[in-house]
Design a protein around this ligand. Structure first.
Ligand code: FMN
Length: 208
């Protein structure tokens, strides 16, 4: 007969680094005034959509994708002074080249904050990752479940970013509350992309 079973404490056989990071992660909504280092920005973007390995000659990415359809596109909004190496504005991450391409050549920080319902976490963040998706890439292959898969993928990608932030002692918070149309307009998204998720992040204030 099956009975209830009290589990051993997490990591009772020794916590790995990723397990410690999972245990330490929480949504943190305040930021130091300092700019974010370009190394952290690069690693965050890689963790969201960067290339890791090849399968049958096709590059795979750091977060999983249903049928390797890869609908997710990552943008980076840089507030004025948000990152010393990057001009303020919006960039599109190009996974194959691990490169940022300019998308909007002026700060969108004020408009991004407004689209995110004036949330202080977005206003205070020096940089914000914006995830958008091309649903067709996935629904073409999975007409019944594709839409759901895209949402799952946004969660995978954002969670990678949140864990990398925690591991680097940066503050970050997932943000899903925004006006869809306003955000699409602020990001100047092409018609095939819909905005899904924001991850504002920045240096951790001293004492936290
Ligand atoms: C899909 C999703 C959307 C969220 N949207 C927001 C948001 O718009 N603003 C915010 O401050 N937090 C947002 N959060 C963060 C949650 O409030 C937070 O995860 C929750 O309170 C649990 O706390 P923890 O992340 O510290 O464990 C969101 C979380 C998820 C998973």
């Amino acid at each position: 007969m099956m009975t209830e079973y009290s589990l051993p404490e997490p990591g009772s056989d020794g916590l790995s680094e990723i397990e410690r990071t999972i245990g330490a992660r929480e949504s943190r909504r305040s930021f130091a005034d300092d700019p974010v280092g370009i190394e952290a920005v690069a690693t965050l973007l890689w963790s969201v959509q960067g290339l890791t390995h090849e399968r049958d000659g096709v590059p795979m990415r750091a977060s999983p994708s249903a049928g390797a359809t890869f609908p997710m596109v990552a943008f980076l909004s840089v507030a004025p002074g948000g990152c010393e190496e990057l001009e303020a504005g919006l960039y599109r991450y190009v996974p194959d080249e691990h490169r940022l391409d300019p998308a909007i050549e002026e700060s969108i920080h004020v408009e991004l904050t407004a689209a995110a319902l004036d949330q202080a976490v977005v206003r205070g963040a020096p940089v914000t990752i914006a995830l958008a998706a091309d649903y067709d890439r996935t629904t073409r292959q999975y007409p019944d479940h594709g839409e759901r898969y895209v949402h799952m993928e946004a969660g995978h990608a954002a969670q990678n970013a949140l864990l990398v932030c925690e591991a680097r002692e940066l503050n970050a918070c997932p943000v899903g509350a925004f006006d869809d149309d306003e955000l699409a307009a602020v990001l100047d998204l092409p018609a095939d992309l819909d905005p899904l998720y924001l991850v504002p992040f920045g240096e951790r204030p001293g004492g936290e």
